[in-house]
Design a protein around this ligand. Structure first.
Ligand code: FES
Length: 300
C-alpha cells in the first residue's frame, strides 16, 4: 500500500513539476507504448505459431531485409519468448513513463526499442519520413535528453525504493499482458476464418458487370473490411484490402498489376496469392472467399 501511495505521490509531483512540452511528449509516448503492448496482448495470433500475425513470422520477414537480419535470425527460434518480452517491455516502459518510475531508464528503453523496430521493420522505407519507428526513436531520444537536462552523466541508478517501484511496474505489465488475452481483438485472419465457416452468400456484383481482367472494390458484409474482387479467365477471387504492415488500405494499380499500399509502399501480387513483393511486410493479404452463384458473384 505504501508503495502505491509513494508511486502516486511521485507521479503527481513529477507531472506538476514538468514543463508543458515534456508533459505532452511523456503523455503521448507513455500512452502509445501501453497501447502497443495491448495491441499485442489482445492479438490471439501474436504468440501462436502458424498464425499470420505470429511474432516468429514477423521476425522471419524482417530478417530478410533488415541490416540487423543476422541478429533477428537468432531470435526466430525463441520467437514466442521474444514476443512476450517485447509485449511486457512495452507495457512496462509506457506505465513507468506515465508514473515517472525510473524515468531515465524507461526513456532509454523506449529509445532502444524504437531504434530496434526501425532497424528491423522499416529501415528501407522510402521516403524515410513515412516510417513512424524512426520518428519514435527521435522522440524518445529528445525526451531522454530533456529529462537528463544539463547533467553530464545521466543517472540510471535505481535505489532501494526505486527498485520496489520498478518491481511494481513490472508486475502490472505482466498482469496487463495476461489481461489482453481475455479481450481478443478480431484479426483479418480470424474474421476470414469465420467467413469461411459460414459465408453470407451476399451478392457483390453481377458477373456480367465484371469483365475478365477487371476489378471491383467492395466491403465484406460481415467482416466489414474493404476488399478487392478480381475476375480472370479462370474465375473470380478476392483479397482483403487491409495492408498487412500497419493496416492502411491498399488499392489496385492497373499499370503494375499490383495492390499498392499508400502508407509505406508495400505491394502485393494478386496473381500470386497476394504475396508481398515490395515494402516493409512479407505477409500476404488475407484471402476473401467469393464464388459465382447464378448471375452473381457472392460472398462464399
Ligand atoms: S501500412 Fe505500411 S506498407 Fe501498408
Amino acid at each position: 500500500m505504501n508503495s502505491i501511495q509513494s508511486i502516486t505521490r511521485g507521479a503527481v509531483t513529477s507531472w506538476r513539476s514538468q514543463s508543458n512540452a515534456l508533459r505532452v511528449m511523456r503523455l503521448f509516448l507513455g500512452v502509445t507504448w501501453i497501447y502497443a503492448g495491448w495491441d499485442k496482448a489482445s492479438d490471439p495470433g501474436f504468440l501462436t505459431k502458424g498464425a499470420p500475425t505470429f511474432i516468429g513470422t514477423q521476425l522471419a520477414a524482417f530478417a530478410q531485409n533488415s541490416p540487423i537480419g543476422f541478429l533477428l535470425n537468432h531470435t526466430i527460434e525463441h520467437a514466442a519468448l521474444v514476443g512476450a518480452f517485447v509485449m511486457i517491455s512495452e507495457f512496462a516502459i509506457g506505465i513507468a513513463t506515465l508514473l515517472s518510475v525510473a524515468p531515465n531508464s524507461a526513456a532509454f528503453g523506449g529509445f532502444a526499442m524504437a531504434t530496434g523496430l526501425w532497424l528491423s521493420s522499416s529501415f528501407h522505407t522510402t521516403p524515410y519520413f513515412l516510417a513512424s519507428d524512426s520518428a519514435y526513436a527521435i522522440l524518445w531520444l529528445a525526451y531522454l535528453l530533456l529529462l537528463i537536462g544539463n547533467r553530464r552523466m545521466p543517472s540510471f541508478n535505481i535505489e532501494r525504493r526505486g527498485a520496489i517501484r520498478t518491481g511494481f511496474v513490472g508486475a502490472v505489465a505482466v498482469i496487463a499482458s495476461f489481461a489482453g488475452r481475455s479481450f481478443p481483438k478480431a484479426t483479418a485472419a480470424s474474421s476470414s476464418a469465420k467467413s469461411t465457416a459460414k459465408g453470407s452468400g451476399k451478392q457483390i456484383i453481377k458477373l456480367a458487370d465484371l469483365k475478365v481482367g477487371g476489378t471491383f472494390n467492395f466491403t465484406h458484409s460481415s467482416q466489414g473490411v474493404p476488399a478487392v474482387l478480381f475476375r480472370t479467365k479462370t474465375g473470380v477471387f478476392a483479397y482483403s484490402a487491409i495492408c498487412t504492415h500497419q493496416g492502411c488500405t491498399v488499392s489496385y494499380n492497373a499499370s503494375s498489376k499490383h495492390l499498392k499500399c499508400p502508407c509505406h509502399g508495400a505491394e502485393f501480387d494478386p496473381a500470386n496469392g497476394a504475396k508481398a513483393v515490395a515494402g516493409p511486410t512479407q505477409t500476404p493479404l488475407a484471402k476473401i472467399k467469393v464464388a459465382v452463384s447464378g448471375a452473381w458473384v457472392v460472398e462464399a
